[in-house]
Design a protein around this ligand. Structure first.
Ligand code: DC
Length: 232
């Protein structure tokens, strides 16, 4: 029964632990895991490095013109048992997690042409199923027929603390206030943009993990998975 491969779409707000949850599910099921936020972050890094994001804002024309030069791949690192993001052949996994990228990524991901390119790549990655993909529009746009759709949420102040601790561990010099502000701003942009805004798919199941551990989330998921896979 478990041999039958399905698509698992996980959407939700920033810093709700989507990546940890999705990655754990993928490892448990031996599925491919794709962090689509990393793809938008890689595009943002490319734009910063090439001067398309400046003091006067985004140079959208230049970004669109250069999109075909952006090659994003995930490569599995067997030492840490995780996928790492490669931008034009360079491992950018740590570069794309910094605050500067977080400050611009929501804006970059409002550009429809950027989204079209990323969505095409994501559909290609999931065409054989057996995939767990997390992001903002996976259950609504990328895989509207996904067999399991989960919508993750948690209180903003709790998300801010989680993110703050993560950044401190990475040696970033940030304040909790600044992180909470960034999270609230990203929530606003992600839910209000014209193209593919973050919203719960009608058939998604909500997971509020403000007060539950990753192990409890996995137990919750296992029940859902069992009931869905039985019907396949
Ligand atoms: O999941 P994350 O925080 O790494 O995502 C970074 C940003 O990318 C987020 O603010 C919104 C955008 N994003 C998106 O628009 N669509 C996706 N499928 C994934 C991320």
């Amino acid at each position: 029964m478990r041999d039958k491969k399905i698509v698992i779409a996980i959407d939700g707000y920033s810093s709700t632990g989507k990546s940890s949850f999705a990655g754990k599910i993928a490892r448990k099921l031996s599925y491919i895991y794709v962090d689509t936020g990393a793809m938008y972050r890689a595009v943002t890094l490319y734009c910063i490095e090439n001067g398309f994001i400046g003091n006067c804002g985004l140079n959208v024309d230049k970004i669109i013109e250069n999109l075909e030069k952006i090659d994003i791949k995930f490569v599995f690192n067997s030492n840490i048992k995780k996928n790492e993001t490669f931008l034009n052949g360079e491992n950018v996994e740590s570069k794309i997690r910094n605050v500067e990228i977080s400050n611009h990524v929501s804006e970059i991901s409002t550009i429809p042409e950027v989204r079209t390119q990323m969505v095409a790549l994501q559909r290609e990655m999931g065409k054989n199923k057996g995939i767990v993909m997390d992001g903002r529009d996976i259950g609504t746009v990328v895989f509207p027929d996904a067999e399991i759709k989960i919508f993750m949420t948690a209180k903003p102040e709790i998300r801010a603390i989680r993110r703050y601790n993560e950044l401190l561990q990475n040696g970033e010099n940030v304040t909790l206030q600044e992180i909470e502000k960034n999270i609230r701003e990203r929530d606003y942009i992600d839910t209000h943009r014209d193209t593919s805004p973050l919203k719960k798919a009608d058939d998604a199941i909500v997971l509020d993990n403000s007060d539950i551990s990753i192990d409890e989330q996995m137990q919750w998921f296992e029940k859902i998975f069992q009931s869905v896979i039985k019907k396949q």
